[in-house]
Design a protein around this ligand. Structure first.
Ligand code: PLP
Length: 300
């Protein structure tokens, strides 16, 4: 069967190419060992949202994995903008990846590998389609534990997704939309591609550890501060999460996403909460603001 590709463009080996041509060797450690890190930033109306936050996280991740990205910030920005420009997108999902690569002699020592950098732009993707936002997500609390942060640091954005994908299947089997995974003490952590927040008594809480420090999570915190809503980072037990007055997820793939049902229990009155709604509106307002965004044409 011929593979079908979305519209898109990539940058590899010093060139911009069509997404259908962006291929790596099966011997790359990124493929064989999930030995890679990546970041995803979005473009909305031709403007990157909080691009420096994503680039800072990407540089920190490549450094922690001992393969620091050698591409300088300005060049990196122009590569990412170039992918969006080549694909002709107004709204886009833009990914930068660094894999361990492979050693010319296929040595087992990771230090002998030559890291590989790839970037690509594809159409913007949503965890929950805008037409379903008002209904919110029906979330399962998975029985699956997130990979221990003592084994794989979740702050390094990674492709170790077998726990998250198994969680999605478990949620589908139980009739839910998606799932949030738990830690060894059954505290809720994060889901496939999103962080979570619980809202009660006009306060926000989000897990302090064991999760990716999402750029949208930070954005929700920054927006809450703007409207004088206190935010605490701490563990959230399953019961506390289920008893939230409001709840939402955060992700580059769609922003602030209401959660209206948790493990079969309706959250609040089952509608998108008031604080959640305010943060959603502020989030999208910031997408035209020069302090929060950069025009792709200024970066080329
Ligand atoms: N948690 C995980 C495991 C993720 O993969 C992601 C994004 O892909 C997030 C949280 C949300 O992070 P961000 O807001 O930076 O997109």
């Amino acid at each position: 069967m011929k593979e079908k590709f979305p519209k898109g463009a990539a940058w590899m080996n010093g060139q911009f190419i069509d997404i259908s041509e962006a291929k790596i060797s099966v011997l790359d450690w990124g493929f064989l060992r999930s030995d890679a890190t990546y970041d995803v930033v979005h473009v909305w109306n031709k403007r990157f949202f909080r691009l420096d936050h994503h680039i800072d996280r990407f540089y920190a991740s490549t450094k922690k994995l001992r393969m620091p990205c050698k591409i300088k910030r300005n060049e990196l920005k122009s590569i990412l903008a170039g992918c969006v420009k080549k694909a002709g997108f107004e709204n886009s999902y833009v990914e930068m990846i660094q894999t361990r690569g492979m050693s010319p002699t296929f040595d087992r020592d990771p230090r002998k590998s030559v890291p590989r950098f790839i970037a690509f732009a594809i159409p913007f993707g949503w965890i929950l389609e805008p037409k379903k936002i008002n209904k919110g997500m029906d979330l399962a609390i998975s029985k699956i534990k997130r990979i221990s942060p003592d084994s794989v640091d979740p702050r390094v954005k990674n492709y170790h997704w077998l726990d998250l994908v198994n969680g999605m299947y478990e949620a589908y089997d139980r009739g839910h939309y998606t799932a949030v995974l738990i830690d060894e003490n059954s505290n809720v952590l994060e889901g496939p591609g999103f962080n979570i927040f619980s809202v009660s008594s006009n306060k926000l809480i989000t897990p302090d550890k064991g999760v990716l420090e999402g750029v949208t999570r930070q954005t929700a915190i920054d927006l809450a501060m703007e409207i004088n809503i206190p935010v605490t980072k701490k563990s959230i037990s399953t019961e506390e999460f289920k008893n939230s007055e409001e709840a939402f997820a955060t992700s580059t793939a769609g922003g602030i996403i209401p959660i209206t049902k948790i493990d079969g229990k309706v959250v609040g009155n089952g509608k998108v909460g008031e604080i959640t709604q305010t943060i959603i509106e502020l989030y999208w307002e910031k997408h035209n603001h020069p302090d929060w965004t950069e025009d792709i044409n200024d970066l080329l």
